[in-house]
Ligand binder design. Structure first.
Ligand SMILES: Nc1ncnc2c1ncn2[C@@H]1O[C@H](COP(=O)(O)OP(=O)(O)OP(=O)(O)O)[C@@H](O)[C@H]1O
Length: 233
């Protein structure tokens, strides 16, 4: 479980103002809220990319601030602009980077890279340059990089933005597979289309506070107040 308790955090000004919420193992959770409500700031705490000013964040019982490497192994993160998270020039080298840093042997690294690329339909393209891929292909490469870590939880910030229909369908299918296999999936989004019916739960933030935490069926009645269109309308 990812457990956030009384989290206060910010940059120059406070952004998260006493957030408590949890994401059980294997849950598919949508995180919604208006621009600037603190969604990205919150998920960056899940693997210790930010440090709380107050409160705690634990993953499977371990405080992420005390063991950030363990948190980054358990919680995979795919950011809004995939280009910002690439560390290598080619697809294969980038996807291998995480497993290499775990100190895995070459055979296991190759197995993970192959499986992760296949999962996003990029198999056979390991030698291609990332800067020569389309935006949608880059988004899929970024997801492959997170998958290769075989995380217990995968957090994706607007993963469908800018994807064409086949890429969107491909990413959604992979989220379904991961969820079915027991990976916790957290999607930060303003657009619930194709997502609300997959989710177990919707958590809504406003002004750095949790103002909604419900199953999708009833949460959808309240999302309009959070700057999100009810996908049933
Ligand atoms: N690196 C940063 N330095 C300073 N302020 C920041 C930084 N990142 C975010 N903020 C501020 O924190 C607040 C919350 O930002 P955050 O990105 O968490 O919101 P969000 O809910 O994810 O928004 P959006 O829907 O627009 O992506 C905003 O006011 C933003 O300007």
């Amino acid at each position: 479980m990812i457990a956030v308790e009384d989290l206060v955090s910010g940059y120059d000004d406070p952004v998260l103002d006493g957030v408590s919420m949890s994401i059980p193992e294997g849950e598919f959770c949508l995180l919604v809220g208006p621009n600037g409500s603190g969604k990205t700031t919150l998920v960056r705490h899940f693997n210790a990319l930010l440090t709380p000013d107050e409160g705690t964040v634990t993953v499977d019982g371990t405080d992420v601030s005390e063991r950030p490497v363990a948190a980054r192994t358990s919680v995979g993160m795919v950011f809004q602009r995939p280009r910002d998270q690439f560390v290598a020039a080619t697809v294969g080298a980038d996807v291998a980077f995480g497993p290499e840093n775990l100190g895995l042997d070459r055979e296991e690294i190759d197995r993970r890279v192959g499986a992760a690329l296949a999962a996003v339909d990029l198999d056979g393209r390991a030698d291609e340059r990332l800067d020569e891929l389309s935006g949608g292909e880059q988004a899929r490469a970024a997801i492959a990089g997170a998958l290769a870590m075989e995380p217990s939880y995968l957090v994706l910030d607007e993963p469908l933005a800018g994807l064409d229909w086949p890429a969107r369908e491909s990413v959604l299918a992979h989220l379904d597979t991961l969820h079915a296999e027991g990976t916790g999936v957290v999607v930060v989004t303003h657009d619930l289309r194709d997502l609300h019916e997959r989710a177990d739960r919707v958590v809504g933030l406003r002004d750095g506070r949790v103002v909604l935490d419900d199953v999708p069926e009833t949460a959808l009645d309240e999302v309009a107040a959070l700057g999100v269109r009810d996908p049933r309308c």
